[in-house]
Design a protein around this ligand. Structure first.
Ligand code: KG4
Ligand code: ZN
Length: 294
């Protein structure tokens, strides 16, 4: 879906969605304590629809307005379930647009200590899937096919990036060259090897992510580790993350599936903590596609 279509879809859906949410929660508008919205980052057209709607609602109901950062909300989605990490904790946030290691000192002090220098982990999944002829978004399809594949069948190069940062663009290129070479020999190479290709690609993306996450845990000495974002729905990542934490005696936290991919509950939980700090936005606040973390 292009940005234009996405903003139109927001326009069409925002009133019925809010209406349905109130009905399902059996809550009247008057009972709501504050109105929260996603301020950044994201597609500007969609953010503007949400922010304008939230501002109008806050004004009409005379309730405080709370601006939420999408990536911070992914981190705090780990505070939704009853079993929560204790501060300080580390979170590997892996989505379609971001790949970050975040050190959370408190609900309001979140520090990015590592991030991708190029593609996000979700993009690495989606672009690899595209090379295999799978439709967008390919991440979940790679996951599904990988269940029946051999992750050791093909080995893709591991990037050599210093510190806690990531790089995924080289992986895409190495998959592309490898496939071009094999398809020349056998035009049906991808179809014949689809499950093993998916398993091997997934294995590499997961190993890149966890190598740096492990390094971050060792460097900081923090023992409560979380994952969040769309890619944290990946079964290979969830399994390997749990195994790593078990082996190292760290506490692993993974939000339930519905809180991994984009959702409103993560915006609400972030707003909940901001509410108690009276961290309110004024009505002149505007949405932004890119935003500083602080
Ligand atoms: O957090 P999210 O829902 O939206 C963004 O804020 O970007 O993440 C979307 C990304 C997409 O790249 C999608 O392919 C990926 O998460 N994703 C997965 C899986 N489910 C979603 N990647 C791998 N395996 C999955 N099961
Ligand atoms: Zn997201």
């Amino acid at each position: 879906m292009g940005p234009e279509l996405a903003s139109r879809a927001h326009m069409q859906n925002i009133v019925p969605v809010v209406d349905a949410a109130l009905k399902e929660a059996k809550v009247e508008l008057e009972q709501i304590d504050a109105i929260a919205f996603t301020q950044s980052p994201g597609l500007i057209g969609s953010l503007l629809v949400g922010s304008q709607f939230a501002k109008s609602m806050a004004l009409a109901l005379n309730k405080p307005l709370i601006a939420v950062h999408h990536m911070q909300a992914h981190v705090l989605s780990n505070l939704i379930p009853e079993k929560k990490p204790s501060f300080p904790f580390l979170c590997l946030t892996v989505s379609g647009g971001h790949t970050q290691i975040v050190l959370a000192h408190s609900t309001s002090e979140l520090k990015v200590i590592g991030e991708t220098l190029d593609d996000a982990a979700g993009e690495a999944f989606d672009k690899s899937a595209k090379l295999l002829g799978l439709p967008y978004p390919g991440g979940p399809l790679i996951d599904k096919n990988a269940q029946d594949g051999n992750p050791k069948k093909f080995s893709f190069a591991e990037p050599q990036i210093e510190g806690l940062n990531f790089s995924f663009s080289g992986l895409k290129t190495s998959i592309l060259y490898f496939l071009q070479k094999e398809i020349k020999k056998d035009p049906d190479f991808v179809q014949k090897n689809l499950v093993d290709l998916c398993a091997s690609i997934q294995e590499r993306i997961v190993s890149i992510l966890l190598k740096k996450f492990k390094r971050a845990a060792l460097q900081t000495g923090i023992k409560d580790l979380c994952i969040a974002g769309g890619v944290s729905a990946n079964s290979g990542l969830r399994k390997a993350f749990n195994e790593m934490c078990e082996k190292e005696n760290w506490n692993a936290f993974i939000p339930p599936f519905e809180y991994c991919t984009d959702n409103a509950a993560m915006i609400a939980i972030t707003a909940y903590y901001k509410y108690f700090k009276k961290d309110f936005a004024d009505l002149s606040v505007s949405a932004s596609a890119r935003a500083s973390w602080d």
